[in-house]
Ligand binder design. Structure first.
Ligand code: NAD
Length: 323
């Protein structure tokens, strides 16, 4: 490895977003150190990187002390269960990684004089009373509701990250990420795109909960990674929304997936669960202004790439139960 290469530490490296970040930073010529305890991630997502001289991997729980020898220029903290299916199953680990884990990452950043970007979420807005959400909206979260373990961990993360900036002068970046989709998503993570694609691939009807008029907005992963990359290298310290504001109803989604997959299956309707989230929609004016960023990938292209990925899964993976 050349000594002049910048070193980036990526936590949650074996996860959906973390693995794409690893790819991007390797492509940009950085040395990448990935950390993951594999609680929701999969080494399969990064196995293609193991042969590279500029990639190193630590199987480690970041809620425990982190020590990385040598130079570190940037840290991207992406370790955390991210889908409701995961964080409702492992609530304490979710709170720990969002508090102790973040604290350890900030400590590492301070020790190395590195800049840190933390992965926050649209969930900090909770069940919002304003649409779309701007960064200036403070949110509407129930701390003791089932989603509180994730939402409050992420809110704490933002607070402690800003405190390190204010009190220690640490260079920080906060990305408020909205729903993202793409290759390496888990088929059974409870989100509508993998759910529909998994059903189509298994030859099952696509299930819509409710009447399907509710809307969702999803950002393709390549767009998101570009936004994160620009944010890290920008000089903007406050939180920035990164997501795709374009909304689509579940009925339209189902139709697009049926057309894309060409499967002879139907759409079936089931009652709406009580905790079904009302849609959040990002206001990305700030990202446009300070990062010159907005999503570029058309949904047809993003869905096609995602479907191609799911088509490569084995029969066993296709039928694997939700963890
Ligand atoms: P993911 O579950 O695919 O990846 C998270 C990774 O973190 C996994 O590989 C997991 O094993 C690892 N991890 C969890 N706890 C850890 C710990 N204590 N120590 C080390 N590694 C640990 O989820 P994702 O979708 O890639 O999300 C990554 C980050 O982005 C999360 O912080 C999430 O909150 C945030 N985010 C994601 C989305 C989205 O749409 N995917 C939206 C908003 C925010």
């Amino acid at each position: 490895m050349s000594e002049s290469k910048k070193v980036v530490v990526i936590t949650g490296a074996a996860g959906f977003l973390g693995s794409h970040l690893c790819d991007r930073f390797i492509k940009e010529g950085y040395k990448v150190i990935g950390i993951d305890n594999l609680i929701t991630g999969d080494l399969k997502n990064i196995e293609h990187l193991f042969k590279l001289e500029d990639f190193e991997f630590y199987n480690h729980d970041i809620s425990l002390f982190i020590n990385i020898p040598g130079r570190v220029d940037y840290i991207l903290n992406f370790a955390s269960p991210a889908s409701p299916i995961d964080y409702l199953k492992i609530p304490i680990q979710t709170l720990k990684v969002g508090s102790l884990g973040v604290h350890n990452c900030l400590g590492l950043a301070k020790a190395k004089n590195a800049r840190i970007l933390v992965a926050s979420t649209s969930e900090v807005y909770g069940d919002p009373e304003v649409h779309p959400q701007k960064e200036t909206y403070w949110g509407h979260v129930n701390p003791v509701g089932p989603r509180g373990v994730y939402d409050e961990a992420k809110r704490f993360q933002e607070a402690i990250t800003m405190a390190y900036h204010t009190f220690h002068g640490l260079e920080v970046r906060i990305a408020r990420i909205f729903n993202t989709y793409g290759p390496r998503m888990r088929l059974n993570d409870g989100r509508v795109i993998p759910a529909f694609m998994g059903q189509a691939l298994r030859g099952e009807d696509l299930t819509i909960f409710g009447d399907g008029t509710q809307t969702r907005s999803f950002c393709f992963v390549d767009d998101l990674i570009e936004g994160l990359y620009r944010l890290l290298l920008s000089d903007y310290t406050g939180p920035v929304n990164i997501g795709n504001p374009q909304e689509i109803s579940l009925n339209e989604f189902a139709e697009e997936i049926l057309k894309l997959t060409g499967k002879n299956v139907k759409v079936s309707y089931k009652p709406l669960p009580v905790d079904d989230p009302k849609q959040r929609q990002p206001d990305i004016t700030l990202a446009r202004e300070v990062l010159g960023w907005e999503p570029k990938v058309e949904r047809a292209e993003g869905l096609q790439k995602t479907y191609e990925y799911f088509q490569t899964l084995s029969q066993e993976e296709l039928y694997k139960e939700v963890r």
